[in-house]
Design a protein around this ligand. Structure first.
Ligand code: APR
Ligand code: PHB
Length: 395
């Protein structure tokens, strides 16, 4: 088999890159370890920055998002018995975010890819990239019991944190930066009406809580739990009781509960690998970086990597500018580190850290009080939350 751009992983990064390239007439093929149903079964993020919304429209997959997605002009921070609104629209000169689940983004991209006739091979195993620095980059993998060779010009490693792409770069090339947080998020998806029109991020003595949503009839709630907690120990009743205790009293009183249609615990981690390129291989999205979910940045960062790689590849194929590719890593990392900072900072400001002394606790309270009490502080939160601008590719 042969293609121009071989893409490993059919999550949002791989599918979005594939769609953009296909629209531009650049041949690409995606290989995915799981089945389509499995990929769609993963419940992940739900807040899209303007940059990602625009990119999905550019890829021709924005129609359902524009019909069904919820535009949010602000969100709330609850702490110390207070509820404070961050007016995203007012503080950023009119920017907003779109509430539309990653599952729906993935579904739209899968349908567009199927309609376009471009190939996605699901259920492949033992994928292995080869000759990354040589003249004949290719991937080998097993499909239906047979070993297949896919020759290509470039490889996009869109295979998430546990994928093979990053691992196939020789030892000593990459530098890893990591912080593991001493807690996780227990999330519940339910077919209940949202407790409030906007998202609520709550800092409470019992731990962080978040009220989010997917639609006017589907909600997503989270509570901070210890790193060692097991989801089996959390009945629906226990979850709802804990959530209510962490919310402002009037919000808790309005909360509509119902059976969980999904319940899972996610660990919190900050992770970046540098560089994101090795020869013909480019790492994209979760394959290169992870953020804790507190800033809603994971999916959006994946989209900005995709945008950068896509725009570089366009110039390679249209203008012969292969020289530009070596800028990929540096262009992406500038924005990634800023999103890592924001996600780490929001996590630090909103969670209870085990073993924290009284001084640190007062510092956390004061930081929240200061930032929401000052227009400059609220603007800082807002401009990061709606998403920093994508990096431009200069000549
Ligand atoms: N071969 C083929 N496919 C693989 C392999 C492999 N060796 N390893 C992993 N994959 C597939 C996974 O099954 C998955 O479908 O790669 C895909 C990676 O998808 P995601 O993990 O969703 O990563 P990405 O596409 O970068 O999505 C951005 O940012 O913060 C998050 O919630 C956000 O999941 C979202 C991510
Ligand atoms: C979600 O809806 O799943 C969600 C929203 C905001 C976050 C994290 C997750 O910061």
């Amino acid at each position: 088999m042969k293609t121009q751009v071989a893409i490993i992983g059919a999550g949002p990064s791989g599918l979005l890159l594939g769609q953009l390239l296909h629209k531009a007439g650049i041949d690409n093929l995606i290989i995915e370890r799981q089945s389509p149903e499995y990929v769609l079964g993963r419940i992940r993020a739900g807040v899209l920055e303007q940059g990602m919304v625009d990119l999905l429209r550019e890829a021709g997959v924005g129609a359902r998002m524009d019909r069904e997605g919820l535009v949010h002009d602000g969100f709330e921070l609850a702490f110390d018995g207070r509820r404070e609104r961050i007016d995203l629209h007012g503080l950023t000169g009119g920017k907003t975010v779109m509430i539309y689940g990653q599952t729906e983004v993935t579904r739209d991209l899968m349908e567009a890819r199927q309609a376009s006739g471009a190939t996605t091979l699901y259920n492949v195993s033992d994928a292995q990239p080869h000759d990354l620095k040589g003249d004949r980059p290719h991937i080998t993998f097993t499909l239906n019991g047979e070993r297949v060779r896919l020759d290509c010009e470039h490889i996009a490693g869109c295979d998430g944190f546990h994928g093979v792409s990053r691992k196939s770069i020789p030892a000593g090339v990459l530098k890893e930066f990591e912080r593991i947080y001493p807690f996780g998020w227990l999330g519940v998806l339910a077919d209940t009406p949202p407790v409030s029109e906007e998202l609520i991020y709550a800092n409470h003595a019992r731990g962080f809580a978040l009220c989010s949503m997917r639609s006017p009839t589907r909600t997503r709630y989270y509570v901070q739990v210890g790193a060692e907690e097991k989801v089996e120990d959390w009945s629906d009743e226990r979850f709802w009781e804990e959530l209510k205790r962490r919310l402002p009293a009037d919000t808790a009183a309005r909360l509509v509960t119902g059976p969980a249609i999904e319940k899972s615990i996610a660990p919190l981690r900050s992770y970046v690998v540098e560089p994101m390129q090795y020869g013909h291989l480019f790492l994209v999205g979760d394959a290169a970086h992870i953020v804790p979910p507190t800033g809603a940045k994971g999916l959006n960062l994946a989209a900005s990597d995709v945008s950068t790689l896509y725009r570089l590849l366009l110039r390679v194929y249209r203008e012969g500018r292969s020289d530009l590719l070596e800028r990929y890593s540096q262009l992406c990392l500038k924005r990634i580190w800023k999103a890592e900072r924001f996600s780490w900072w929001m996590t630090s400001m909103l969670h209870r850290f085990p073993g924290t002394d009284d001084f640190s606790q007062r510092m956390q309270q004061t930081e929240l009080d200061y930032f929401v009490g000052s227009e400059a502080g609220r603007r800082t939160i807002a401009e990061n939350y709606v998403g920093l601008p994508y990096e431009a590719i200069d000549d």
